[in-house]
Ligand binder design. Structure first.
Ligand SMILES: *Cc1c(COP(=O)(O)O)cnc(C)c1O
Length: 406
């Protein structure tokens, strides 16, 4: 035999007496079967065995199971990005003539998907005001198939009453899906939102941009879809398989490696965000600080009811994001110069990694409804990295003093 043949058939088998805390990277497009009968009998859907790389390897199954441990779901599928997770839910559960309801403060690209592919496939979409549950109720019709939820809202961080919104959907038997990227399974349990176990008002499905806190490195794109309902899991897994969505084992292993430190990183970024938002609240240049843990931030009471419990976390969890409305008397050139003048905060999208980030937004381009809970001004979003909070505050101070003068 030539060396290429010998190398390919070199008898490697994972050792059964090798044990370590770290998870192996099991990469495979092909899974080898011992015989034809075994090949015909294997079943991958319930994770009882392996059949094909696209259907999962020990590495991806382990990541799915650990994410279920964190978020409290029962079934999970992995997809190549957070946005792919949103698309996967829509494509698994919707068909032509269905309607979805999106909160106006939803993650922006979710609206773009609804206006593009969903519309092309004859699926309609309405936006509702997440701070007004009656607005949601009024929009639910016989066409409504799926209601998306997000807490807090993307960029503007107002906190809706998730319990009330879900109650309105459950009363009319409508499927609910929550973008759980901000809470990450740490701030609250999306599948069990009420202390009253009788009511069981949890969401049906969560999506999570693992790109953010679970990765924590700013170097992996991945998403997950999770449910605690066996019936929905069946539909989800079949759609996931038909669409050919899967992630690479190297990336899955990177997320597994980071998961063990996620809670500590979340706490650190949460603590920086509180320090920075407290400091920003004292500045005359800032008309409004948006951060769910600040008593004056819109929806603070809903955030508190959901996340603060004497037994677990009396001070609640609020992640590492905050936004501000810079006073309307400044020009947008001054606000751009303020963002450009930051040294530690870098200009960039996404969040959850080690480096702090800033993005100026134009509110009118990201919302279609009136935003009466927001002050007039210039919207800027900050994402905390893992730098020291004092250094972040000093950076904001030097750029405010240089660039924001009336
Ligand atoms: C970032 C983000 C996503 C998308 O994640 P990607 O992996 O970047 O596609 C979805 N939802 C929310 C709330 C996000 O912040």
């Amino acid at each position: 035999m030539k060396s290429n043949t010998r190398i390919i058939h070199h008898p490697y088998k994972a050792s059964s007496d090798f044990e370590a805390p770290q998870i192996g990277v099991h990469k495979a497009s092909t899974v080898i079967f011992p015989n034809v009968q075994n090949m015909r009998e294997r079943e991958w859907m319930d994770k009882s065995s392996y059949t094909y790389g696209l259907h999962g390897t020990p590495t991806t199954f382990t990541l799915e199971e650990r994410l279920c441990e964190i978020e409290g779901g029962k079934h999970c599928v992995l997809v190549p990005s957070g946005l792919a997770a949103i698309a996967q839910v829509n494509f698994a559960f919707l068909k032509t003539d269905d309607e979805i309801l999106l909160p106006d403060h939803v993650y922006g690209p979710s609206k773009v998907l609804a206006a593009g592919e969903l519309k092309n496939f004859g699926i309609t979409c309405q936006y509702y005001d997440a701070l007004n549950p009656d607005d949601l109720s009024q929009r639910i019709s016989s066409k409504t198939k799926l209601v998306w939820l997000e807490a807090p809202g993307s960029v503007t961080l107002e906190f809706p009453s998730l319990m009330e919104l879900i109650k309105r959907c459950k009363q009319k038997n409508i499927l609910t899906a929550l973008d759980n990227t901000w809470g990450a399974g740490i701030a609250f349990n999306a599948f069990d939102l009420t202390p009253d176990a009788e009511k069981n008002w949890g969401v049906d499905i969560t999506v999570h941009a693992l790109t953010k806190y679970p990765s924590g490195g700013g170097d992996v794109l991945m998403g997950s879809v999770m449910t605690h309902r066996d019936d929905l899991a069946q539909t989800l897994k079949l759609s996931h398989m038909r669409m050919g969505q899967m992630v690479g084992a190297n990336d899955a292993e990177m997320v597994l490696r980071s998961l063990s430190t996620m809670r500590m990183r979340y706490l650190a970024q949460d603590s920086s965000a509180r320090a920075v938002s407290q400091w920003l609240s004292t500045r005359a240049e800032i008309a409004q600080v948006l951060h769910p843990a600040l008593p004056q931030s819109p929806g603070h009471a809903h955030w508190k009811a959901l996340t603060c419990h004497p037994s677990s976390s009396p001070t609640g969890w609020a992640a590492g994001l905050l936004s501000v409305m810079i006073d309307a008397r400044f020009t947008s050139q001054q606000v751009d110069a303020f963002c450009d003048g930051l040294n530690i905060f870098k200009l960039g999208y996404s969040w959850g990694g080690p480096m702090s980030l800033v993005v100026p937004y134009r509110l009118q381009t990201i919302r279609s409804q009136e935003q009466t809970h927001l002050q007039k001004g210039h919207l800027v979003r900050f994402a905390m990295g893992l730098e020291d909070a004092d250094d972040l505050i000093n950076d904001l101070q030097q750029s405010i003093e240089k660039n924001l003068k009336l």
